[in-house]
Design a protein around this ligand. Structure first.
Ligand code: NAD
Length: 314
């Protein structure tokens, strides 16, 4: 742990050096966009395949989160779930993770989708060390990550948000300050609960049409111009070959894994239970994804359509 003040965030090209941790389906394209915008990146992931891609794109590959952050004024993470975020920043004992190694004034942006309570725990630990922490989960899928058009939903204090905004603007188009620590995560799980409901419902509607003789593309085009229109029909159709460049036309590989959708639905249900709010549609989507994930956890979440016709998954 150091006491050096890095708040000016300047290096030779007046852009802060960034450590990027977690280079999966989302993190890799986000990091690539930062490189393209001229940021110097030091990256870390447990998977060598993931780091290889970023090395080819011009990042320097680190051996550990601490190594990645050794010359960085900003740390960004894009990890699967709360346990990974906890382990990277707080370590096993709660105080022997990356936070303990960062200089005062470092800006930490966690874009993973995790429980608001977990985000607040890390934010509190960071604050005690003079480190700014923002929860900044995203929406927009892997397509948005590649295009640099993600929506960032940020929780944390206004000064840290102002520092983060130009960096987030490289990876995203819409950047919202949702409120204090944890607010970004609450907004994100509300959104993803609705997305789980919409995807399960869209899959169900297309299947009903197909089983009654309709062409899935014709039906999708009709619903797109009718009152059933929604994001899944616009950019993420679950039926194979209706749309190009989406997971359903690629064997449900890549994209947003069903097990991650199930994690988000569980977070929404936990929040609803803790705050005594009724979410019957969310509960149904959670039940559907829980059973689907048993066999299809690594497939994209649009594969939920396979509940109706398993041959679509092969
Ligand atoms: P992913 O599983 O593809 O990638 C996660 C990466 O983190 C992997 O490369 C893994 O090796 C790495 N990792 C795990 N533990 C680590 C550790 N301790 N240190 C370093 N690296 C570690 O997941 P993803 O789809 O990129 O999603 C990341 C987060 O973004 C999740 O919280 C997810 O819910 C959220 N999200 C995903 C999407 C999407 O469309 N995929 C959209 C919005 C939000």
């Amino acid at each position: 742990m150091g006491t050096k003040d890095t708040s000016t965030m300047d290096n030779n090209n007046s852009k802060p050096n960034i450590a990027f941790i977690g280079l999966g389906n989302m993190g890799a394209p986000m990091a690539e966009n930062l490189l393209k915008a001229g940021y110097e990146l030091s990256v870390f992931d447990l998977s060598e395949t993931a780091t290889k891609r970023l090395k080819q794109a011009g990042a320097s590959v680190a051996e550990s989160p601490k190594d990645a952050a050794s010359n960085a004024q900003v740390v960004i993470s894009m990890l699967p779930a709360g346990q990974h975020v906890h382990s990277v920043y707080l370590g096993d004992s709660g105080s022997d993770g990356l936070l303990a190694e960062l200089p005062k004034g470092t800006l930490v942006i966690d874009s993973s989708t995790i429980a608001a309570a977990d985000a607040r725990t890390v934010a509190e630990a960071a604050s005690k060390l003079g480190i700014d922490f923002l929860d900044a989960p995203v929406s927009g899928g892997t397509g948005g990550a590649v295009a640099g058009s993600l929506t960032f939903i940020v929780g944390g204090d206004a000064a840290a948000f102002a520092k983060a905004e130009p960096i987030l603007a490289v990876m995203g188009k819409n950047i919202f300050h949702a409120g204090d620590h944890g607010a970004g995560q609450v907004a994100k799980i509300c959104n993803n609960m609705l997305l789980g409901i919409l995807m399960a419902g869209t899959a169900e509607a297309i299947n009903l049409g197909v089983k009654n003789g309709l062409d899935p593309k014709v039906l999708s085009d009709i619903m797109l111009q009718s009152s059933g229109r929604n994001w899944t029909l616009e950019v993420y159709n679950p039926y194979p070959q209706v749309m190009e460049n989406v997971p359903s036309s690629n064997g449900y590989q890549g994209g947003f894994m069903s097990k991650l959708m199930q994690k988000d639905l569980n977070l929404a249900m936990q929040t609803a239970q803790d705050t005594e709010v009724e979410t019957p549609m969310g509960a149904k989507a959670t039940e559907l994804y829980a059973s689907h994930t048993v066999e299809n956890g690594d497939k994209d979440f649009s594969s939920i359509i396979g509940r109706h016709d398993v041959s679509l998954l092969s």
